[in-house]
Design a protein around this ligand. Structure first.
Ligand SMILES: Cc1cc2nc3c(=O)[nH]c(=O)nc-3n(C[C@H](O)[C@H](O)[C@H](O)COP(=O)(O)O)c2cc1C
Length: 330
């Protein structure tokens, strides 16, 4: 029986276990990745970063998106784009910033991305997809992985054919397979049978993504597909303890005090990253995830999820702690 706790090798990097944090746009910055690693994830992938944004030298893109914490390694930075030359240059910059691996996004279904010829639209342009992957390898000298979907539309399996070409012709080190077609976006049951088929056919490790929002779903997908690793996305938001549970390092949900302490850690890191004012706005999407893990009622969570500033959020956490006899130092 295979185990999630087994070490493995990806692109020459020894990873301690089979759990990977997914790339999550607008979320997967250095401190979210660091948090996942602290809680046990063997590897974390960055949110998608525009190859054009990097190569055009946007200072904020560089400072914020390419920030890597020393304790994150090994870390994979995800790039998207449609132009091999631009990708070559962006990949060089990512290597210079200290990334250990590069992941290429060939699965994003968002119109703004696809209409430029990037993301999931590369499923319909396999020659270009192969050129982009080669360029990323040449530019960075790093192992390159690709994350893709089963196809663009229902019934298609262009993702399987593209995965094989990427490995054979571009030397891609692994494929992350999200077996939903792009038109499904993030809804519906992933086709894990197709993922098993890819595992069988491919001459490289497959990481499976999609529908992994419970511990049981993660274990079943790992066992049934035979994938080298599983990638947690929405199932890890506000719940990094899931990594620990899956690795057998803890039982059950975290206590409310643990969740509140973790959220205070997140708030402090966001302030460090973005400054106090921007952190206040940025974190509004994070609070409902933690409120869900805290199992707060609508009324109990209101002050937290509506907190306009980080000071208000700290205050809401302190009041929650006091009301539950679990004081937290905000
Ligand atoms: C808010 C959000 C942002 C995402 N951003 C990215 C991204 O930047 N790059 C990417 O390849 N996939 C992205 N994805 C897809 C996830 O990595 C993952 O494949 C998908 O959510 C399926 O896993 P799940 O059903 O377990 O959540 C995103 C998904 C969500 C929900």
């Amino acid at each position: 029986m295979r185990a999630l706790t087994e070490p493995w090798t990806l692109g020459g990097h020894r990873l301690p276990n089979r759990l990977v944090l997914a790339p999550l746009a607008g979320i997967g910055n250095w401190f979210v990745r660091l948090q996942a690693r602290r809680h046990g994830a063997g590897l974390a992938v960055s949110e998608m970063v525009s190859s054009f944004g990097l190569s055009y030298g946007d200072e904020r893109t560089h400072r914020e998106f390419l920030r890597i914490h020393p304790d994150e390694h090994p870390v994979s930075m995800q790039l998207f784009g449609h132009d091999p030359d631009v990708m070559r240059e962006a990949a060089r910059m990512v290597a210079e910033a200290g990334a250990d691996l590069i992941d290429l996004n060939m699965g994003c279904p968002v119109r703004k991305v696809c209409k430029t010829g990037a993301g999931a639209s590369l499923l319909d342009d396999p020659d270009r997809a192969v050129r982009i992957a080669r360029a990323a390898r040449e530019g960075s000298g790093l192992p390159v992985t690709v994350k893709l979907r089963s196809g663009q539309r229902p019934g298609e399996r262009t993702g399987v054919a593209l995965a094989e070409r990427l490995v054979a012709e571009a030397g891609v080190a692994a494929i992350t397979f999200h077996p939903r077609h792009a038109a499904q976006e993030h809804a519906g049951r992933p086709d894990y049978d197709l993922a098993s088929e890819l595992v069988e056919r491919l001459d490289a490790p497959v990481i499976v993504s999609g529908g992994l929002s419970s511990d049981t779903a993660v274990r079943q997908a790992f066992d049934s597909t035979g994938a080298a690793a599983v990638m947690l996305a929405r199932g890890s938001l506000g719940n990094p303890w899931r990594f620990e549970r899956l690795l057998g390092r803890r039982d059950g949900e975290p206590t409310r005090a643990e969740v509140m302490h973790e959220l205070l850690w997140v708030i402090a890191r966001a302030e460090e990253h973005l400054g106090v004012e921007r952190a206040g706005r940025y974190l509004r999407k994070f609070y409902p995830w933690y409120a869900a893990t805290l199992r707060l009622s609508k009324r109990e969570q209101r002050a937290l999820v509506e907190a306009p500033t980080t000071a208000d959020a700290r205050c809401a956490i302190a009041l929650l702690g006091a009301s539950q006899g679990e004081p937290v130092a905000a």
